[in-house]
Design a protein around this ligand. Structure first.
Ligand SMILES: [Mn+2]
Length: 437
């Protein structure tokens, strides 16, 4: 992985006389003496691959000598017999390439040396409650050390915009991993297609996905899988997955595998019994048309909102033609009438986080960020008609459809990383017709 290049890029992006500080939080307590499954900080993963709880990374601006410091828990054979091995100070140096590695217990004392000659300190404000008090304390101590009032930093800055801009463009290593995350995610949905049938529990669909992901050595799900049968699909983030799938209903599945800390993110909507009803077909075909046209807009020079604009245009015409909205497509768009049935965005960046970092709107401008080579984004239009919406023709009530793929922007146009997974009605019906048992 290009950790050295990434840290160099960050060092050059920082102003002179500054450092950026990152850290992995301690595991979160679940209950009793059990913790939640551990997930390291995404920027730690991106900049040095360090996954150990409690580790702290300090990266200095380019003109400084020692560029990369790591503070980690020391080796402790007694403790490691219980909780697993640690990298230790030696590992931080040898495996992670730290120019300087120390025991985490020395962080507090080391901060005065690190901060002494600095003008500014960058850290992730997400963790301000953990990091800011220590930084303030160290800075205050320098201010009151007495000899010269000029000691210590004067500014604390949020590092998220800088690293977010770096992470927005994926390098070759990242794209390789993301292709695998996409592949494993596809395999999960294919496993569902083979087994889906009326009477199955939504939780069984969830378990099918989890099994397919883990069996292919994914770390697990990149977010809590949504397996929403029938009208549950009209709740955007339905994750309860505790209902039974009924004959004649659709199931909306939004899930993805996490591979080496990178996320896949797919949505598909399948008929539980293997056949779409005419009303379900109407909505599905409209969403699919919008999704395919939106993917075509994922080209260099367009902006992050281009797919959304295209989806809204297709929906405005389709909602009018299906008699769901009587107003003209122009009126639907200008008065945002489509918002009643399509109330989320079409795209987000995808990467180490499912809703990945990266600026969507440039600060000080209203213009959305342009798509560039190496950007990975989702395209995920959906239409949702609640069961009790009297404005909507009865046959469409309770139908929710979302179709989502992961798209890499390249100089040669959009590359759909999840293209292997079928989404045409004929293909889905033919595939489900061949189900086991
Ligand atoms: Mn998504």
């Amino acid at each position: 992985m290009n950790y050295v290049q990434r840290r160099d890029a960050l060092a050059r992006a920082l102003p002179e006389k500054s450092v950026a500080i990152f850290f992995n939080p301690e595991p979160a307590r679940r209950s009793g003496d059990q913790d939640y499954a551990y997930r390291p900080d995404s920027n730690m993963i991106y900049l040095c691959g360090m996954d150990e709880p409690g580790a702290v990374a300090v990266i200095a601006s380019a003109e400084q000598g020692v560029r990369f410091r790591l503070f980690v828990k020391p080796r402790d054979p007694e403790r490691e017999r219980w909780v697993g091995s640690r990298y230790g100070v030696e590992g931080a140096r040898d495996q992670f390439g730290a120019d300087e590695a120390r025991d985490i217990a020395e962080l507090r004392a080391s901060l005065s040396d690190i901060l002494f000659a600095l003008e500014s300190v960058y850290f992730d404000f997400t963790y301000s409650s953990a990091l800011a008090p220590m930084l303030f304390e160290a800075t205050e101590a320098l201010r009151h050390r007495g000899r010269r009032a000029s000691e210590g930093p004067r500014a604390f800055c949020d590092v998220r915009d800088i690293v977010g801009e770096m992470r927005r463009i994926k390098d070759a290593d990242e794209i390789e991993i993301m292709k695998r995350a996409a592949e494993v995610s596809v395999a999960g949905f294919e496993a569902v297609l083979k087994t889906l049938r009326p009477g199955m529990g939504e939780w069984e669909v969830e378990a099918t996905l989890q099994h397919a992901f883990r069996a292919r050595h994914a770390m697990g799900e990149s977010f809590g899988s949504i397996c929403a049968g029938g009208a549950h699909a009209t709740t955007l983030h339905y994750e309860a997955n505790r209902d039974v799938l009924r004959d004649g209903d659709l199931i909306l599945i939004d899930a993805g595998a996490e591979v080496e800390y990178y996320a896949g993110d797919i949505s598909r909507t399948f008929p539980v019994n293997g056949r779409f009803s005419p009303a379900q077909r109407d909505i599905y075909e409209l969403v699919l048309k919008a999704q395919k046209e939106a993917i075509e807009t994922c080209i260099v020079g367009n902006h992050i909102k281009s797919p959304h604009q295209r989806v809204r245009e297709v929906f405005a015409h389709g909602l009018h033609e299906l008699g769901i909205l009587s107003e003209s497509p122009q009126t639907i768009l200008s008065e945002n009438l489509d918002f009643a049935f399509y109330f989320h965005g079409t795209s987000h960046y995808l990467g180490i986080d499912t809703h990945d970092v990266g600026i969507a709107y440039r600060r000080g401008h209203d213009a959305p960020a342009r798509l560039e080579e190496g950007v990975v984004l989702t395209v995920e239009p959906g239409l949702y008609f609640t069961e009790d919406d009297a404005r909507v023709p009865e046959k469409y009530r309770g139908i929710g459809v979302r179709i989502e793929d992961d798209v890499l922007v390249t100089a040669r146009g959009p590359v759909v990383l999840t293209a292997q997974l079928i989404k045409e009605i004929d293909d889905i019906e033919a595939c489900m017709g061949r189900r086991e048992g």
